[in-house]
Design a protein around this ligand. Structure first.
Ligand SMILES: Cc1cc2nc3c(=O)[nH]c(=O)nc-3n(C[C@H](O)[C@H](O)[C@H](O)COP(=O)(O)O)c2cc1C
Length: 192
């Protein structure tokens, strides 16, 4: 299974960086090919521009989008990972979705409504939040993530997808955080 791993965190010493390490190790153990997109390290440009819009219409897309769309097409499994920032993901990840999962490539409109074009793929969204589970549910944070970020998967035709959030990561004990790393390892082994 070809895996595309999209990762967004600016700090290599963050808890997210530790989670990203687990994902990469587990995918490597599985043995399938993996492409890693560390969006901050790539200095990915997340701003959807006029030039992008023109490209969607005339087929002359900027080189960076062409490359990313080729990698999305190549992937059987797409993993997105990052912290929850303002009930969403960091802007660099949101901008990746804006620019790469574009009309005509990831979905199109038909008389029957929108149709996803990325058929047969599996998606996985891994997030971390400061909020604990109760606060995340009460504030609508989980629903917002399901509808906006994880919602990209079903909208664009993925066959299957999953979202897992690690709660309260800024306040739980080191022991609890270690447990989360173990849990993520199991999740990847079972899902990927
Ligand atoms: C700009 C910003 C916005 C944030 N917004 C939220 C939020 O909406 N909900 C939440 O639970 N935590 C929020 N947080 C807390 C982060 O989710 C938390 O710091 C992160 O998951 C911790 O992981 P890290 O140590 O890998 O950065 C926010 C943090 C920042 C910096």
């Amino acid at each position: 299974m070809n895996t595309l791993f999209l990762y967004a965190h600016p700090n290599p010493l963050s808890f997210n960086a530790a989670l990203a390490q687990v994902i990469q190790e587990e995918i490597k153990k599985k043995g399938g090919p993996m492409k890693i997109k560390d969006l901050y390290a790539m200095n990915f440009n997340p701003v959807l521009s006029e030039q992008d819009f023109e490209g969607y219409h005339n087929g002359q897309l900027p080189k960076d989008i062409q490359q990313e769309q080729a990698d999305v097409s190549w992937a059987d499994l797409i993993i997105m990972q990052g912290p929850v920032w303002w009930h969403s993901v960091p802007a660099i990840m949101k901008g990746y979705i804006d620019r790469v999962f574009s009309l005509g490539f990831a979905y199109r409109y038909t008389r029957q409504g929108p149709e996803g074009l990325l058929k047969g793929k599996k998606g996985l969204l891994i997030t971390t939040s400061g909020a604990d589970q109760k606060a995340a549910e009460m504030s609508g944070m989980l629903t917002n993530l399901e509808r906006s970020v994880a919602g990209v998967f079903p909208f664009t035709g993925f066959e299957e997808y999953k979202h897992h959030n690690f709660f309260g990561v800024t306040t739980v004990s080191d022991e609890a955080r270690k447990q989360m790393l173990t849990e993520l390892g199991e999740l990847i082994r079972n899902y990927a």
